[in-house]
Design a protein around this ligand. Structure first.
Ligand code: BG6
Length: 489
């Protein structure tokens, strides 16, 4: 096999401000939803639902303390103060692209301010200028589970239409300040995760709603506001920089039918359609008919302002990006079958796949299928902006022998190569957590994804020193050879 990766393929890495930067209350930054995420050692790390849930009592308790030990996203890996050193390591690795997010609360501490916080604005100037200096293309997410906590408490999060204006104000500042460095943007990270963890995504505290139906109604309303905000941000970007490209970002969780039973196939199809719904709106500029029918049949009423449909239709995205970690299996007889956990929900265990320590099933071929499906559905360039394996690495004498990570990426990259060979326009691949960061779901440090080890444990103890792992040299070679080294014997 040969390498089919295009010359300008964006080999890179990805992190998010709230999991990496730390400095949660430094230089005027306000608290965000991430700053109340607690590390709970007694919870089962595979219990995805409990890990993500944040109750009103937990919010109160978090607000009452400045503790960072049990709120690890508050210290992250201190990227805020280490970014030069980290970027230098990425540059040495040959990384062509780095996906980062801009913490909304660094620029607008409560979200309601009319003018941005100058120190916050300056930080991202410095960061992006340094990336440019090192020839690292920035790919910037405007919202990665980082909404101001103030907006949750005073506006019911994204359920309030007012939040659209505040978010758009924030994005306009980002475009005005940073378009000189940034040419690739994403609006909402994993916009489809609103039902999996509504607090972190749209600031919905489920306990505030009388029943499940009301909570569902609120979440769809909040989602609608995110769709509008995404379109208005797209419009604003085009006014500032008509050459920039902006993408939507979905969690691609491909589902297979367990058997050839057509009933299983229907379940998988329904699941996949639902997963696509979010990108359908952002690419096609309208709610798909199947969702309108779902709303009709389930008594969901979305309040739309006059002109909303036009806004969605007029400002659609340029490319489709997605995260990829695992695939799902659907069956009509799920009840008595063995299940596995994962990035979203439990699934029937796929007997053909290996499972990570956190129960996520690893499926390189599924990535090829996902790429081909997405491209055939939307006919837009696609970008894998997250993928990786969380593992417990061991640092011995300054070294980490992470052959499992090398195997994971070799297998996935080869499938991307096949998708490109099959005609898919793939822009790039930014591997998740290219330097170890705090886990989004479990707030653990010990769930590591990086090519660079950060000396820090789950309780924030350590030197913060960085150590390239074996996978660092391996990925460097892959980039250097534009994928050809994947096929060396
Ligand atoms: C994605 C998120 O869902 O999964 C990231 O966009 C997250 O923020 C990643 O870190 C991996 O999940 P986790 O829980 O292992 O950190």
């Amino acid at each position: 096999m040969q390498s089919y990766f295009p010359k300008d393929f964006l080999w890179g890495g990805a992190i998010a401000a709230n999991q990496a930067e730390g400095a949660w209350n430094v230089d005027g930054k306000g608290p965000s939803v991430a700053d109340v995420a607690q590390y709970r050692p007694n919870l089962d790390p595979k219990d995805y639902v409990s890990q993500w849930h944040v109750s009103p009592e937990q919010i109160k308790a978090a607000e009452a303390t400045d503790d960072t030990t049990y709120y690890p996203k508050r210290h992250g890996i201190d990227f805020y103060h280490h970014y030069k050193e980290d970027l230098a390591l990425f540059a040495k690795m040959g990384m062509r692209c780095l996906r980062v997010s801009i913490a909304w609360t660094r620029l607008f501490p409560t979200g309601t301010e009319k003018e941005p916080n100058p120190k916050g604005v300056q930080f991202y100037h410095d960061l992006f200028a340094e990336m440019r200096r090192l020839n690292i293309e920035p790919l910037v997410t405007l919202s990665h589970y980082e909404m101001p906590l103030y907006l949750v408490e005073h506006y019911d999060g994204w359920v309030s239409r007012d939040v659209v204006d505040m978010f758009v104000r924030f994005t306009k500042v980002c475009f005005k300040e940073y378009s000189q460095y940034v040419h690739y943007w994403l609006t909402f990270n994993e916009i489809d995760s609103v039902f999996r963890h509504p607090f972190t995504t749209v600031g919905v505290v489920e306990e505030k709603y009388a029943n499940k139906h009301e909570a569902e109604q609120a979440i769809y309303q909040a989602l609608h506001h995110q769709f509008i905000a995404s379109s208005l941000a797209t419009k604003a970007l085009r006014e500032v920089d008509p050459h920039a490209q902006i993408g939507c970002m979905m969690t691609r969780t491909l589902a297979y039918p367990l058997t050839a039973n057509p009933e299983d196939a229907v379940m998988a199809q329904e699941y996949n359609r639902n997963n696509y719904f979010y990108a359908d709106v952002q690419v096609n500029g309208a709610y798909p008919q199947f969702m309108k029918n779902y709303f009709r049949d389930n008594d969901i009423h979305i309040k739309m302002n006059q002109g909303d449909e036009e806004i969605l239709a007029q400002h659609t995205v340029d490319f489709v990006s997605f995260s990829y970690y695992m695939t799902m299996v659907k069956s009509v007889n799920e009840e008595h079958m063995e299940k596995v956990g994962g990035n979203l929900t439990t699934s029937v265990k796929n007997p053909y796949l290996e499972t990570s320590e956190w129960g996520w099933q690893v499926d390189p071929i599924g990535l090829r299928i996902a790429l081909i499906d997405i491209y055939d559905r939307y006919h837009k360039p696609v970008f894998i902006v997250e993928s990786g394996i969380g593992a417990k690495d061991e640092l011995v004498d300054g070294q980490v022998h992470d052959d499992y990570r090398i195997k994971y990426f070799a297998d996935h990259f080869k499938q991307v190569n096949l998708a490109i060979k099959a005609g898919v326009d793939v822009m790039g691949y930014t591997t998740w957590g290219c330097i170890d960061i705090i886990s989004a779901s479990t707030s653990q440090m010990s769930k590591r994804y990086g090519f660079i080890y950060v000396d820090l444990d789950d309780l924030g103890r350590g030197t913060y020193k960085r150590y390239p792992k074996d996978s660092y040299a391996w990925y460097k070679k892959v980039i250097e050879t534009n994928g050809a080294s994947l096929f060396d014997n």
